[in-house]
Design a protein around this ligand. Structure first.
Ligand code: ADP
Length: 167
């Protein structure tokens, strides 16, 4: 697997699938989630609504992933995954690792061979960037997947430096 780093906006990526750091409601939010729905248009939210009605009435559980259309984005699919909120009292690393593994599993089920990830949980959900980068890189490297190309799309210099150090 080829792993690359890009500094920029994940909504501009041409990968087969881009991953959304969603919240469990699947109804949109801030950060990456807000950007994806803003630029991707209403089709994505409509499909999220249908998923809520059919399979995820109680919300998408933390660490799981599900795909929708990418609407007007250049990617083909958006894979929504719910990262864990960082906690000082409890180790939630396994849930964060699960987001990467489950997203790649969904990508495999779609036949997607290129996937772009943001730094899941490292924004509003408060995960320290260095640790988020460690878990992201380790998990993707160890994943059993047919995905050939993973791009981590980092929004700012600090995130990019943290991922570069891990890679
Ligand atoms: P979470 O709620 O899982 O923490 P956020 O979307 O708040 O997710 O943030 C995750 C990371 O994505 C943060 O490092 C944030 O700076 C970054 N980010 C925000 N918007 C974008 C974007 N459009 N493209 C790529 N990364 C983004």
């Amino acid at each position: 697997m080829d792993i690359t780093l890009v500094r920029g906006d994940i909504t501009e990526q041409r990968a087969d699938a881009i991953v959304n750091a969603a919240n469990s409601s699947l109804m949109g939010g801030g950060g990456v989630d807000g950007a994806i729905h803003r630029r991707g248009g209403p089709e994505i939210l409509e499909e999220c609504r249908r998923l809520r009605a059919s399979r995820y009435g109680g919300g998408l559980p933390t660490g799981q992933a599900v795909a929708t259309t990418a609407g007007r984005l250049p990617a083909r699919w958006v894979i929504h995954t719910v990262g864990p909120v960082h906690s000082r009292s409890e180790d939630r690393s396994e849930l964060l690792a699960s987001c990467y593994r489950e997203s790649l599993r969904v990508a495999d089920s779609l036949g997607a061979t290129s996937v772009a990830f943001p730094a899941i949980s490292a924004g509003l959900y408060g995960w320290p960037m260095d640790d988020a980068a460690r878990i992201a890189v380790e998990t993707v490297r160890q994943a059993e997947t047919a995905v050939e190309r993973v791009t981590f799309v980092l929004f700012d210099a600090k995130a990019h430096a943290a991922f570069e150090a891990r890679l």
